[in-house]
Design a protein around this ligand. Structure first.
Ligand code: GYE
Length: 626
């Protein structure tokens, strides 16, 4: 006779086996259901809440774009403003077997880890408000620092010479979006007569904003303007000033959603002084999701959408005034499409690879390329652009030698209705609709990555004196790499800058400058931070001529990560290289083709890039394309 215990154990085993069989059947059934229902891709969308009009618009865009793909389905979740619930929602979506996760989040501190772990198994698109770090496939959103800066400039314009007192109503503390919008705003009003007298966090929520302001404004007679980081809080601010009969206070918001209680309506009803659109990005997220699921090459790391200023200076027909007309798109493309490309020069190995990539990609895409080289002359580049305008090309692309000096010629291109794509370097102009899109890197992040590596490798208590070799003066990569590096390295007292020298991205200049610096400082130099490989390779030769060992006596960090840098890494003469992707040709041609098909381009397409140590360089060297 089987004892009672054994019988109990047997029953437990039978239950367990039944459970396993049932679960497999469900999963199989689910998979079977998926395939049988005639669709291949299931997209999961996780929202922190749907109380903001901006988020409702985001989901509507996603649903609309998904409905254009018969083989795609989408599941939405709403965490009702609970980060804990949102983490559970994400796990549930993964459990359903979604092929790709789209997540928009308010609380990166609570959710970055969740996103990172999902990203290990399936593609993740972060939408709108970001996570910290880069553990995701693609970010689609806005340039929040730029929006903050524009809002600060608008606040100065609104309050005029007398200036005034400002309340800043921020979203959820700790969010990169909040930090960037606030930094941009404060940078813009710095040294002006505007002062922020109170900063509040209303966690992106309308009612909390209303309550906080109602409470604080009661005893504060002198407030001239409220800057709210989103339209829900701007509406809350409006309700508070309305309640307290303080309609003299200007309110600037962000989001610009065209819906019930969205900021477009609030502006046209003169409840907001102005707003900055923050396009939800749902359409773009699904378009890139399709490319990611189809394993297309050249998926960017970030897609930045254009923000427009909308003010209550109403047009004749009473509509809110959009300050700048849109950037040109391509109306009637010729066949084949004609692209005029004004390359900046041949100064570096990176540039040679970039030129080859553009020429080859144009051939492959069937685009007629009018390629010209400006040999490092801005005047020549301007002349080339004018020639392209006179030839009535369909699209113009160029790599601007420096950030400034382009207003006039870009106005001429816009007046001629010719879209301009900035390739690998950005410009600094008053009206960013003078150019249609930017395709390239995040140079500040490249500089941060160089500094972060240095600091993590630094020996305890050791002091470091470094020389910086800058790229072309006032060029976007030199400006960005300097700012990003400085932003991080200045947090560590053990690092002291000896000299920052302008090397113009060439090997010859890098060698000359390093030789001169060694004459002045000798072995006091123990780190070199070079803005590109060519200058780093020149510095290596100068260090050897001086009798020191590059990579050992002096630690050398470079940006670009071309093949010659990986060779130097693999033999220990270079210590670290931050990648800057030169192969922009395919993305440039995709943008040109999208324009020819009437598609709107994102404002910025930021390429995916990595870093190389001496070890990883040895593995990558054989297959390195450039
Ligand atoms: O780093 C350098 C080239 O504009 C990003 O220009 C590019 C830079 C690159 O000369 O090698």
């Amino acid at each position: 006779m089987i004892g009672r215990k054994a019988a109990g154990f047997l029953i437990l085993c039978l239950i367990f086996v039944a459970l396993v069989v049932w679960t497999r059947a469900c999963v199989m059934n689910e998979k079977v259901t998926k395939n049988d229902s005639g669709y291949n891709y299931l997209i999961g969308v996780s929202q922190p809440n749907l109380s903001e009009p901006w988020r409702v618009a985001m989901n509507e865009e996603i649903q609309q774009e998904v409905s254009r793909h018969s083989d795609m389905r989408v599941i939405f979740t709403d965490a009702a403003q609970s980060s804990e619930q949102q983490a559970k929602d994400v796990k549930k979506l993964v459990g359903y077997g979604v092929d790709l996760l789209i997540i928009s989040l308010d609380d990166p501190v609570a959710l970055t880890q969740t996103v990172s772990s999902v990203y290990e198994n399936i593609p993740v698109i972060v939408l709108g408000r970001g996570v910290t770090g880069y553990d995701y496939t693609l970010y689609v959103g806005t340039d929040d620092e730029m929006i903050g800066r524009k809002a600060g400039e608008f606040a100065m314009e609104t309050l005029g010479e007398l200036g005034g007192k400002i309340i800043e109503m921020q979203g959820l503390a700790g969010s990169p979006t909040v930090e960037e919008r606030s930094n941009g705003f404060r940078e813009a009003i710095h040294n002006s007569k505007l002062s922020i007298v109170q900063t509040m966090n209303a966690d992106w929520q309308r009612d909390l904003a209303e309550d906080l302001l109602t409470d604080w404004l009661k005893d504060q007679p002198e407030v001239d303007l409220i800057f709210a980081h989103n339209e829900a809080m701007a509406l809350g601010a409006y309700r508070a000033v309305q309640k307290l009969d303080r309609n003299d206070i200007n309110i600037i918001g962000i989001d610009g959603v065209n819906s019930e209680n969205g900021s477009l309506q609030l502006v046209s009803e003169n409840k907001l002084t102005g707003t900055f659109t923050s396009p939800p990005g749902g359409k773009e997220a699904i378009r890139y999701a399709v490319d990611i699921l189809n394993k297309e090459k050249g998926i960017p790391k970030k897609v930045i959408l254009r923000s427009q200023k909308i003010t209550n200076q109403l047009e004749g027909k009473g509509e809110p005034r959009v300050t700048h007309s849109p950037a040109p798109t391509l109306q009637e493309a010729q066949s084949p499409i004609v692209l005029g490309f004004a390359q900046v020069g041949t100064e570096s190995g990176w540039r040679i690879a970039n030129t080859k990539s553009v020429i080859n990609a144009a051939k492959e895409a069937g685009v007629e390329l009018l390629y010209e080289n400006a040999e490092q002359s801005q005047d020549k580049q301007i002349e080339l652009i004018r020639q392209f305008i006179n030839k009535k090309v369909d699209v113009i692309a160029f790599s601007p030698k420096t950030e400034t000096g382009w207003e006039e010629v870009l106005k001429e291109a816009k007046e001629a209705g010719i879209p301009v794509i900035l390739s690998d370097r950005e410009v600094n102009v008053s009206d960013d609709t003078l150019w249609t899109a930017y395709i390239g890197s995040d140079f500040r992040e490249e500089g941060r990555r160089a500094a972060r590596w240095l600091m993590q490798e630094a020996e305890e208590g050791q002091s470091y004196q470094f020389v910086e070799l800058q790229g072309t003066a006032h060029s976007a990569p030199a400006v960005g790499r300097m700012q990003g590096f400085k932003e991080v390295i200045q947090t560590d007292q053990n690092f002291t800058l000896l000299e920052s020298l302008q090397g113009d991205f060439t090997k010859k200049k890098g060698k000359e400058l390093m030789a001169a610096a060694l004459k002045r400082h000798g072995s006091a130099i123990n780190v070199v931070y070079s803005h590109n490989d060519d200058m780093a390779l020149g510095a290596i030769e100068a260090i050897e001529d001086f009798g020191l060992r590059p990579g050992k006596d002096i630690t050398i960090i470079s940006v670009d990560a071309t093949k010659s840098a990986l060779k130097a890494l693999s033999i220990g003469k270079l210590n670290f290289a931050v990648e800057c992707n030169a192969l922009l040709g395919p993305q440039l041609m995709k943008a040109v083709k999208d324009l020819s098909e009437g598609k709107e381009l994102p404002m910025k397409i930021i390429t995916a890039e990595g870093v190389f140590t001496q070890e990883s360089a040895k593995m990558a060297l054989a297959s390195r394309e450039y």
